[in-house]
Design a protein around this ligand. Structure first.
Ligand SMILES: Cc1ncc(COP(=O)(O)O)c(C=O)c1O
Length: 386
C-alpha cells in the first residue's frame, strides 16, 4: 500500500517535471536534476544542481552539493498546490523531538538556524546590557548581533593549533556575560572540541548565562560516535543547541533551522519570533521528508569526506598545509595574495572565499568531484600566473 502510494507520487512528479507544464523546461539543468533525483535517486546529481548557471562552481557558501533528498523534492512537489495554506501544526517539532529523544516543547523552529542565533542573542540582552563571550575566529552571527545591539564582545583567541580554548573562554565569563557562543565544529577552522571537556564547561557556566552550541556541521564529524550536546538540554536549563537543515540535509534555500533547549529558555527566545507564522508550508514538508531520509545525510557526509581527501592531497602536493576539518569545507593558508587569487577564480566562475578573520586563508566548500577538480585546476593555473 505504502509502496503503491510512493509510486503514485513518483509518477506524479515524473509527469510534473517532465510532462505537461515541464515540457518547455526539459533540458534546463534544474529540471534535469530534479527528474534525475526523483527517478534515479542512486545516481550522482548532475553538475550545478540547483544553480541557474550550470557552469558556475559554487564553493563559497557551504551548501550541500548533492542537493536535497529526493524524498524532500517529492514531498514539496506533491504539496505545491497547497502553498496558499498556512501551516498551523507542530508536526516538524514533534518529529524532531522524537528524533532527538526530547520533548516537543524543547524544540523551537527558526527560519534557518540564523533565526535561532538571532533570537537567542536578543533574549540575552532583552532586559540587561552586558557582553558576549566567543572564540575568535568563529562563526560571527551572535557576536555581530551583540555589536548591533551596542553590547560588548569578548573574543577569546584560538590556540596556536586552531583549537577553541575552553578554559580561557570560561575564564572570560564575568558577571556581565549574558551569552557564550560556541560553534562546534567551528566555522571557519572546521575543528571540533573534546566532547567531555565541552560538557564540563557547559555544566560549569553560571546559570544566568545562555550557552549556545551551534552544531550546524555536526553530521560531518568523522567519528560517528561523536556526541551532540542535545541530551544535556534536559538538565542544563541555560543550554541552547542550534541545528540546521541547510547543510547535511541540503535544504539551504528552504530556510529551516531549530533550537533545542529547556522550555524556560525557549520561552524567552519566542518573544522575538513571529511564532507559527514563521512556518513555511513547503519548507516544513521538505524538512519532514528530509529528516526521514538519514541515508541522504550519510551520503552527503561521505561525499564531503571523499572530496576533502582529494582536496587535501592536491593542496599538499602543491606544498600547502590544509587544516583537517570536520565540516563541509577545507581551510588552507595560501598567503598574502589570497584575495587576488579568489578574485581571479571568481572571474573563471569558481567561487571560493577568504576564511573570515584568518588572514591569508582560503575556505573552499566541498563540491561534487568534478567541481573539486575544477577548483584545483583553476587554482593551479591562477597561482602560477600570479
Ligand atoms: C556555523 C554556522 N551556523 C549557522 C549558519 C546559518 O545557517 P542557516 O541559517 O542556513 O541555518 C551557518 C551558515 O553557513 C554556519 O556556518
Amino acid at each position: 500500500m505504502a509502496e503503491t502510494h510512493e509510486m503514485d507520487r513518483r509518477n506524479f512528479l515524473r509527469n510534473t517535471v517532465l510532462g505537461g507544464a515541464g515540457v518547455s523546461l526539459i533540458g534546463t539543468p534544474v529540471w534535469e536534476a530534479a527528474a534525475q533525483m526523483v527517478n534515479e535517486p542512486q545516481m550522482p546529481a548532475v553538475n550545478g544542481v540547483g544553480l541557474d548557471d550550470p557552469l558556475l562552481v559554487q564553493l563559497s557558501i557551504n551548501e550541500n552539493p548533492l542537493g536535497a533528498s529526493h524524498r524532500a523534492i517529492e514531498a514539496v512537489a506533491s504539496k505545491m498546490f497547497g502553498m496558499n495554506r498556512y501551516t498551523m501544526h507542530n508536526e516538524l517539532e514533534e518529529a524532531l523531538a522524537d528524533f532527538h529523544g526530547v520533548d516537543p516543547e524543547s524544540v523551537f523552529m527558526g527560519v534557518g538556524s540564523s533565526e535561532i542565533l538571532l533570537t537567542a542573542t536578543l533574549a540575552a540582552f532583552w532586559d540587561q546590557p552586558g557582553n558576549t563571550v566567543t572564540a575568535f575566529p568563529s562563526y560571527r552571527s551572535i557576536p555581530r548581533t551583540t555589536e548591533e545591539l551596542g553590547q560588548a564582545v569578548k573574543k577569546v583567541p584560538l590556540t596556536g593549533d586552531w583549537q577553541m580554548d575552553l578554559s580561557a573562554m570560561a575564564a572570560a565569563v564575568d558577571d556581565q556575560t549574558r551569552i557564550v557562543s560556541i560553534c562546534n565544529p567551528n566555522n571557519p577552522t572546521g575543528q571540533i572540541l573534546d566532547a567531555s571537556a565541552l560538557e564540563q564547561t557547559i555544566r560549569a557556566m553560571p546559570k544566568d548565562v545562555i550557552v549556545c552550541v551551534d552544531e550546524a556541521y555536526i553530521q560531518f564529524v568523522d567519528d560517528p560516535d561523536y556526541p551532540s550536546m542535545i541530551p544535556l538540554t534536559k538538565d542544563v536549563e541555560n543550554l541552547l543547541i542550534s541545528r540546521t537543515f541547510s547543510k547535511a540535509y541540503g535544504l539551504g534555500g528552504m530556510r529551516v533551522g531549530y533550537g533545542v533547549a529547556h522550555p524556560s529558555l525557549l520561552e524567552k527566545m519566542q518573544r522575538f519570533s513571529i511564532g507559527m507564522l514563521n512556518k513555511n508550508t513547503l519548507s516544513t514538508v521538505a524538512a519532514l521528508a528530509a529528516l526521514g531520509d538519514q541515508e541522504h545525510v550519510r551520503r552527503s557526509a561521505a561525499l564531503a569526506r571523499e572530496g576533502k581527501a582529494y582536496l587535501y592531497e592536491e593542496l599538499e602536493g602543491m606544498g600547502y598545509s590544509p587544516l583537517r576539518t570536520q565540516t563541509i569545507f577545507v581551510t588552507v593558508e595560501v598567503g598574502p595574495n589570497v584575495q587576488t587569487l579568489i578574485d581571479r577564480l571568481w572571474e573563471k566562475k569558481v567561487q571560493v572565499r577568504q576564511a573570515f578573520d584568518m588572514e591569508g586563508f582560503m575556505r573552499i566548500s566541498v563540491g561534487l568531484p568534478r567541481e573539486n577538480e575544477a577548483f584545483i585546476s583553476a587554482f593551479k593555473r591562477e597561482r602560477s600566473a600570479l
